[in-house]
Design a protein around this ligand. Structure first.
Ligand SMILES: [Zn+2]
Length: 217
């Protein structure tokens, strides 16, 4: 069976994170590009969890504090992300309201929950089927590719509003917290080593081949 093929880690080999060259991990440095070699990213889960905790802490002010000050005909508004979304909806700009909801509220939340769950799976705290694990990992990869959407939305918003000559916009502390959430979730995603997930699956398979001792009949 293909699952009995040796893994690189069993042979003491490591793939370079920068150039992809496979070399003996004992070398310490990649012979091609000089990057440091390790079979798994060091303290991957701990670093991912730390970034996720930071992102979670900032997610609250990002949604509760005003993200901008808008001045229109002398009226000053200081909307939060949610109020901004409701305001666009009220003005019948439905696509913009939807994009704000998806990019600023849903995507960061899904990223944090999915990565947290993957950390639990990588340390064996949850034991999902390989299929579910693959799906969730695929989802985080997909969201990772779209991680700049949130920043894109903010820049579009500002540009849209600045086009109106009667309106001025300046960022507030909520926007800073929101940028923090985006940056920290990106760091969390890059710190996570997905090979830890497949290591756990292999551990599970090996324990299946040895039948567990039953305590009673
Ligand atoms: Zn290299």
């Amino acid at each position: 069976m293909s699952d009995h093929l040796p893994k690189a880690i069993d042979e003491g080999l490591a793939g370079c994170h920068s150039c992809g060259k496979v070399s003996p991990a004992a070398l310490g440095r990649c012979p091609r590009c000089g990057s440091s070699l390790h079979t798994r990213k060091p303290a991957s889960v701990q670093r991912t969890v730390a970034y996720l905790l930071g992102a979670t802490a900032l997610y609250i002010p990002a949604n509760l504090l005003p993200v901008m000050t808008m001045t229109e005909w002398g009226d000053v508004m200081e909307p939060t992300i949610l109020e901004g979304m409701v305001e666009f909806w009220r003005r019948e700009a439905y696509p913009i309201a939807l994009v704000i909801f998806v990019a600023s509220i849903m995507i960061p939340l899904i990223k944090i929950v999915a990565l947290g769950w993957l950390c639990a799976a990588a340390t064996g705290r949850v034991k999902p089927s390989p299929r579910v694990l693959g799906r969730i990992y695929w989802l985080t990869e997909l969201l990772g590719r779209w991680s700049m959407v949130d920043i894109f939305v903010v820049s579009i918003l500002v540009a849209l509003v600045q086009f109106g000559t009667v309106m001025t916009v300046s960022p507030r502390s909520g926007a800073l917290a929101f940028a923090g959430v985006v940056v920290l979730t990106m760091f969390a995603a890059t710190s996570f080593d997905p090979r830890l997930l497949w290591d756990q699956l292999d551990l599970g398979e090996n324990s299946d081949t040895i039948p567990p001792q039953t305590e009673s009949e």
